[in-house]
Design a protein around this ligand. Structure first.
Ligand SMILES: [Ca+2]
Ligand SMILES: [Ca+2]
Length: 82
């Protein structure tokens, strides 16, 4: 039983620290937003913009890159109405 609560506790920590930012975008749950996943939320996203967002060039957008991109207004905040 304790083990169960520990697992729930861990999961809740991971859910908050792993970042809610890509959670809506990251449909396969690997913790990163791929070009295909981003295009579901941003249909107008081009390869050029994606490469600008993916600053370390690994082909995937992590939470930090996502935050920077939103801050730089490369893409809109998926949780915002603006
Ligand atoms: Ca993903
Ligand atoms: Ca990246």
């Amino acid at each position: 039983m304790n083990r169960f609560f520990y697992a729930v506790f861990l999961a809740s920590i991971l859910a908050t620290t792993a970042g809610a930012m890509t959670a809506d975008v990251d449909t396969d749950g690997d913790g990163f937003a791929s070009m295909a996943e981003l295009q579901v939320v941003y249909p107008d996203l081009t390869e050029e913009v994606f490469q600008e967002i993916d600053t370390d060039g690994d082909g995937l957008v992590n939470d930090e890159e996502m935050l920077v991109a939103i801050d730089a207004e490369l893409i809109a905040d998926p949780e915002g109405d603006t």
